[in-house]
Design a binder for this molecule. Structure first.
Ligand code: ZN
Length: 148
């Protein structure tokens, strides 16, 4: 399968990314959903359709559909894995620390498979691919705030 350019030198990290890309977790639309966010990264042609159902202050269920490069789709799969069943506070924290890792050279601790994307920060154009699902998640969490 041709998955395009993956700017990650480490073989283990590359394997983790390709595994999420080929076998995305939480694929599909959550129904019914409390928040649906469509996001795109025109620079690369990535599309993410993120849907979430909340239960109190928890992420009860999260799913996504999308097309695009391996970085954007793998990042979304990893992010959904990390925040599924978590509190809104934890989800917001994961999103913030993931962005910090990519944009501010933040420490990639306790981010699960998302840590495999740390090499992307050396490629500014691809950072937008990785932060796309993250921004969609933050927007969806904002909807939760409005609702409660
Ligand atoms: Zn991309």
């Amino acid at each position: 399968m041709q998955v395009g350019f993956t700017p990650v030198a480490d073989d283990l990290f590359r394997e983790i990314i390709l595994d999420h890309y080929r076998h995305p977790r939480h694929r599909g639309r959550v129904d019914p959903a409390d928040a649906v966010v469509e996001a795109d990264n025109p620079l690369c042609g990535d599309l993410i359709d993120l849907s979430i159902r909340f239960d109190g202050d928890q992420v009860a269920e999260i799913g996504f559909e999308g097309t695009g490069c391996s970085i954007s789709q793998a990042a979304c799969s990893m992010l959904c894995d990390e925040v599924s069943g978590a509190s809104l506070e934890h989800a917001r924290d994961v999103a913030a620390r993931f962005k910090a890792m990519l944009i501010e050279d933040g420490s990639p601790d306790d981010l699960g498979d998302l840590e495999a994307l740390q090499g992307v920060r050396s490629y500014p154009v691809r950072v937008k691919c990785a932060t796309l699902p993250c921004n969609a998640l933050l927007q969806a969490l904002g909807d939760a705030e409005v609702r409660t």
